[in-house]
Design a protein around this ligand. Structure first.
Ligand code: C2O
Ligand code: CU
Ligand code: CU
Length: 464
């Protein structure tokens, strides 16, 4: 199927390539064991009593960590057991366009009781995540964000692994959801949650080997919050950002040099646990007043006596280096919306207003017909994208389907690490470089979901 010739409305008649009838007659792919995920209503004790009207992959637990192996075929049947439409997106993975989970752009939204099979082979190892891309604001705010791990083809010898899904919930003191978005927030930095959590817990605790080397994986899956993380009580080293092993070092998260993780970003840190049994290592984030503890690791058992210098080394993922001798340069301006009604989001939920724009045009909506690409590129083209923020707010800018790295900023030094989500500070212009090597229509948007859903979205097209 060519994504260039199928009209958006073309999804209406025929179900998308991955769609499966309720009877489940689609032939099973022999090469991959099919996992399954059912998006459903849930309840869970986040505060003191169960919060109702959550959305998860279980009725009574957070979405699971999904694992797959680098270079091995993976398939998952996503079933929608909510009354709303949905679609699942694999944030940061370089998948074929039809598997990207973007409503109307790559598939028709999944209706209640329907199943869509996503199948792809992950090329890159590392820490990624998944979330709906339809009814995004609602389903994500209610809980539907999970961590996805692609294991290295050759397993690495850490003593333990701890995965932290960092996000807020917007609850009142009785544990009930309050307005998930507000016009005031959407027009500024977003509407913040009231309860910070790690793995849906206000303080997530893990026992790990005394003196061991822990692979700590962090994912910022909140719709709004930009984390400034601090690690207390242990030495360690940041080894990967946004899925990819570092090309250039990033300071260990401390009060002086907190690790900034904006919505959509991930980090991996090797933590050398203290050699004393019972010692605590705390993950905190900057918060009004004093830093707020999110998670704690505790040393248990006889000391392993490992040394940081002996930590396993991650291998780079197969990302192609752009040729920057004479790259094509394209500029994208992120700013306020001059005017414009609410986006046409079809079955995928509109917040009811537009505030933001890319290149001075607010996103017309997921379901709008004939929305042009922001730019069209040839497959294999090396490009520099200049991202210019004309607004007084920060925007984590995310591109689907491909990997890029920053090469400059007008405000600060940016390490040139591969990523899919780059935080663009107020009034900042950054340049990113990449090879346009994955054909298709790729969503390009701010990951503050209220910004995305009120205009700060679009797509680029790669042909060939
Ligand atoms: Cu993580 Cu287009 O999204
Ligand atoms: Cu994405
Ligand atoms: Cu934004």
């Amino acid at each position: 199927m060519s994504q260039m010739t199928i009209s958006r409305r073309g999804f209406m008649g025929a179900m998308g390539a991955g769609a499966i009838g309720a009877a489940g007659l689609w032939p099973r792919q022999a090469s991959a064991q099919v996992q399954s995920l059912t998006i459903q209503p849930a309840s869970y004790v986040v505060l003191d009593q169960p919060t109702q009207a959550m959305v998860s992959a279980y009725a009574d637990a957070p979405p699971p960590v999904i694992r797959m192996a680098q270079g091995q075929p993976f398939a998952i049947d996503v079933t929608n057991a909510t009354p709303d439409y949905t679609a699942m997106h694999w944030h940061g993975l370089r998948v074929p366009n039809a598997m990207d989970g973007v409503p109307y752009l790559t598939q028709f939204p999944i209706a209640q009781d329907e199943t869509f099979r996503y199948a792809f082979t992950p090329t890159d190892a590392g820490t990624y995540w998944y979330h709906p891309h339809c009814m995004t604001m609602d389903q994500m705010a209610r809980g539907m964000t999970g961590v996805l791990i692609v294991d290295e083809a050759d397993p690495l010898d850490f003593d333990a692994e701890v995965v932290l899904n960092l996000r807020d919930f917007r609850l009142n003191s009785a544990g009930e959801f309050i307005d998930l978005w507000t016009p005031r927030g959407a027009a500024r930095s977003g509407t913040f949650g009231t309860v910070m959590t790690a793995n849906w817990s206000q303080l997530d605790r893990h026992d790990v080997p005394t003196g061991g080397l822990v692979r700590l994986r962090l994912a910022a899956t909140d719709t709004t919050r930009i984390y400034k993380l601090i690690l207390e009580g242990a030495a360690g080293e940041v080894i990967a950002m946004d899925g990819h092993p570092l090309r250039e070092g990033v300071p260990f998260p401390s009060v002086e040099t907190p690790l900034v993780l904006s919505p959509g970003q991930r980090a991996e840190i090797v933590v050398k646990m203290p050699a004393v049994e019972g010692a605590l290592v705390t993950v905190l984030t900057d918060a009004p007043g004093a830093p707020r503890a999110l998670a704690q690791l505790r040393s248990v058992g006889a000391p392993l006596g490992r040394v940081l210098a002996a930590a396993p080394q991650l291998l780079p993922n197969p990302v192609t280096e752009p040729d920057l001798t004479a790259p094509r340069v394209e500029e994208f301006v992120f700013g306020w919306t001059p005017e414009g009604g609410p986006p046409v989001d079809g079955l995928c939920g509109s917040l009811g207003y537009s505030f933001w724009s890319i290149n001075r045009t607010p996103w017309q909506g997921d379901a709008a017909e004939n929305t042009p690409a922001l730019a069209t590129f040839q497959k294999g083209e090396s490009v520099v994208l200049r991202l210019r923020n004309e607004s007084p707010n920060d925007h984590p800018i995310h591109l689907h389907g491909m990997t890029f790295r920053p090469i400059s900023s007008n405000k600060r030094y940016l390490p040139s690490n591969w990523t899919d989500t780059a935080l663009l500070l107020r009034d900042e212009t950054i340049e990113i470089a990449m090879v346009m090597d994955n054909p298709g229509d790729w969503a390009f948007h701010c990951h503050v979901i209220e910004h995305q859903k009120t205009g700060l979205a679009g797509f680029i097209r790669v042909v060939g």
